[in-house]
Ligand binder design. Sequence first.
Ligand code: MRU
Length: 348
Amino acid sequence: MYDSIRAVQWDGGMLCLLDQRELPQQEVYRNLSDVNNVAQAIRDMVVRGAPAIGITAAYGVVIAARHRYAQDAAGWKRALEADMAVLSNARLTAVNLFWALQRMREAIAVIDTANEPTAALLAAARRIHEDDVSANRRMGELGAQLVDSPCAVITHCNTGSLATGGYGTALGVIRSAYSKNKITQVYADETRPWLQGARLTAWELVKDGIPVTLLADSAAAHLMKQGQVKWVIVGSDRIAANGDVANKIGTYNLAIAAKYHGVKFMVVAPTSTVDMSVDSGSDIPIETRSTEEVLAVQHQRIAAPGADAWNPAFDITPADLIDAIVTEKGVVAAPTADKIAAMMENDL
Ligand code: MRU
């Protein structure tokens, strides 16, 4: 229930992506069978959202390996490295991309070079995909338990089925809490400049029968002041070892406003989003995207001619503004480096 959308699929030996640039106007699917097109699709945000990017890259490795083996059965592993590099350069901040490529590297390492690799690598990619959906369902349960009385919530960007293997991270918690009658109203930030909230979260929730109310990003603090919102629930592109969180630009504003108004702040992300190799948020690389995304809306110029723009795609929310980080391995309340390390050690 409340879960009907799948944006990344493997079908008939090809990768099939729901083109998120076209939503909500059109539901267009793109079939991809060339790794360069897969990297381009990630770069151009045909597919976006940290876990969905990682899953897409994993299927991209399957496509690349199949092609390299057909070209050179003895040298495919070495040749594949160039494709892995192309995929890893597609986006910068979402660590799930690098995590998924590392998982695929481990799968490649145990394949005998003489063997055609498609079946083994497809199994590895499917596992990454299925594990992500399972993690989302588990996080949905855990996060919903934190919402103790029926209330309104605010979410930012799109963290749902479109951004993951399915079900979603923050939207997974919202799906789960809504099904338990714990959510009276879902407020979604429109999420300038790319409008993931207005175009994608609103489309996804309406399609799955969950009522949604959009607001301009700048209206969130004023909404919190009204007193109905008890939780801000967001996803993440990368969580540092100390619990600092990189997420869609505007998340930090929400966290500051939430702290001021006594609204709780929940970050929901699988452990594939936790990067224990970066000590704090200041070490997380932040992608800067084209100024056109700010100067125009849907290719329609809105800014005064001659104006420049600044377009960081993500910001860092410090751990001390976060009430809970929810992963599939458990809930970390008031995150610290020690608590994150202990959570990562948990066996499922
Ligand atoms: O630039 P995007 O649309 O890829 O950014 C996506 C986000 O910031 C999401 O909040 C994040 O990836 C978590 S999605 C489960």
